[in-house]
Design a protein around this ligand. Structure first.
Ligand code: FES
Length: 112
């Protein structure tokens, strides 16, 4: 089975462009599995963040999946097309990565 991931990509302050990636999968695999496949086999520059993988504890993989905010590590891949975008209400860092750390926990002030 194949899923086509349509990923909104951009660097901070630049317009977003859509990138298409065809990903083979077996039922039960997650969007995060698909993104990791893309980074390993198609484009190592694709930016996304994760830490706990399926424990639903770190919240770092949060993004917009098919129009809804969801965790990439718990959302299943399905045959067809899935659209991925960064969180709309957070500062964009790159591609699917947004600034999610509370202001007091950031390494750098917002202007950097
Ligand atoms: S990777 Fe930690 S919640 Fe998804």
């Amino acid at each position: 089975m194949i899923v086509t991931l349509i990923v909104a990509r951009a660097a901070a302050g630049t317009p977003s462009v859509e990138a298409r990636f065809d990903v083979p999968f077996t039922p039960g695999q997650t969007v995060l599995d698909g993104l990791r496949y893309v980074r390993t086999h198609a484009d190592p520059s694709l930016a996304f963040r994760y830490s706990c993988i399926n424990a639903n504890a770190c919240k770092e993989c949060m993004m917009v999946i098919d129009g809804k905010v969801a965790y990439a590590c718990t959302t299943r891949l399905h045959e067809g097309v899935q659209h991925l975008a960064p969180l709309p209400n957070k500062r964009l860092v790159s591609d699917l990565v947004t600034e999610i750390a509370p202001p007091d926990e950031r390494l750098f002030p917002r202007s950097q």
